[in-house]
Design a protein around this ligand. Structure first.
Ligand code: NAP
Length: 344
């Protein structure tokens, strides 16, 4: 089969389009013919070597995919050949940890395509527990964008952030893969959403996915704007995908006792925090990682109700995976990037 393989960490050019053996199918596993693979910023971090430094080479990157069942391993009864499926983004490797909640706290938790070959390929072999039936009416390109951003968005906004109807929520990077999905999750829960972008073009996308207030941080101060929007109170919940110098300001934008969910680190991995925020105003800083099958299923129900839509920003053939990574590294795409493994 064709796959996009890395043999070393490095810049986007280390992604090589190659012939590799098509995987066999072990008992309890399924072989999925991949119709579309989603690209995440996390793949870019893994490729450059800043996450998962122990990765064995050669390696096929990729967490997200949609496809159809090509072959069933012995003992697989929950799927049939031809079923449309999507990947679950992360899972415990050890069967006795399958019921650990949140799944990402299981000692053997790994991301799809981290401990095993990933989805930048024509086929994926995976345990039957870590794919989910795709009964949405979306295209394969659309469903391929969902696993990471939808499952982690539901986890971060609903479960960790505790967002509920009537809340005022700040979500950063409203045109990013994660931000554009988190806005929709918060709106599906009945919240009002303010979001940040750095260009008017991305602001348009953030509005289209439902943001009530779009703040362009190239000319506006988001703390001031959020305080104005909440009549001086601060946001009930802030989802911070940016970290770095932005996180302390996200804490300033939250209300007393408000929750700040640390989701990502696009703007930097280190932040300087004023500890007084955590006792005088008793704000709560919380971490989140991935999402599980239950989070994905909740999100897919909202997709079927039409409350959440996939945001496809760019579609490319699999052989152009290095270009896909370059577009992400340069912040050139709104929404998500998708690779097509059977396209020329
Ligand atoms: N915790 C979890 O479970 C989880 C799950 C998925 C992703 N993540 C993390 O979440 C983060 C976002 O991932 P993603 O896939 O949504 O990324 P993405 O689609 O590539 O979007 C990131 C956006 O950040 C903005 N940006 C870049 N540099 C910035 C800076 N210095 N200051 C402010 N904004 C900046 C850009 O938008 P503009 O050009 O509009 O500003 C860019 O489009 C990553 O750190 C990722 O690892 C965490």
């Amino acid at each position: 089969m064709k796959a996009s393989v890395i043999h070393e960490f490095g810049d986007t050019e280390v992604l090589k389009y190659e012939d590799v053996p098509t995987p066999g199918v072990r008992p309890g596993h399924v072989l999925v013919k991949i119709l579309a693979s989603g690209v995440n910023r996390l793949d870019h971090y893994i490729r450059e070597g800043s996450v998962a430094p122990e990765l064995p080479f050669p390696h096929i990157l990729g967490i997200d995919a949609s496809g159809e069942i090509e072959a069933l391993g012995e003992g697989v009864s929950s799927f049939s050949i031809g079923d449309r499926v999507i990947t679950v983004p992360g899972f415990p490797v050890e069967k006795n940890e399958y019921s650990v909640r949140p799944a990402a706290t299981a000692p053997s938790f790994t991301l799809q395509g981290l401990g095993t070959p990933g989805t930048y390929a024509q086929y994926l072999e995976t345990p039957q527990e870590w794919i989910i039936r795709d009964d949405t009416s979306l295209t394969p390109e659309e469903t391929a964008t969902l696993p990471v951003v939808l499952a982690s968005g539901v986890r971060a906004v609903k479960k960790v952030g505790g967002v509920k109807a009537g809340d005022k929520v700040l979500i950063h990077s409203g045109a990013s893969g994660s931000g554009s999905m988190q806005i929709q999750v918060a709106k599906a829960l009945g919240a009002q959403v303010a979001t940040t972008v750095r260009s008017d073009e991305k602001g348009e996308l953030a509005k289209r996915v439902g943001a009530d207030l779009v703040i362009n941080t190239s000319r506006e101060d988001f703390v001031e704007k959020v305080l104005e929007w909440t009549e001086g109170r601060g946001a009930d919940v802030v989802i911070d995908t940016l970290g770095g110098d932005v996180l302390p300001k996200s804490i300033d934008a939250a209300k007393q006792l408000g929750v700040i969910v640390v989701f990502g680190f696009v703007a930097g991995i280190e932040s300087k925090l004023d500890i007084r925020n955590f006792f005088f105003t008793q704000k709560q800083l919380k971490g989140t990682l991935s999402g599980d099958k239950e989070d994905l299923e909740w999100g897919l129900e909202r997709v079927k109700e039409g409350k959440i839509k996939a945001v496809v920003g760019k579609t490319l053939p699999l052989k152009d995976a290095s270009l896909a990574h370059k577009l992400i590294a340069d912040n050139k795409v709104g929404g998500n990037v998708v690779l097509l493994p059977w396209a020329d």
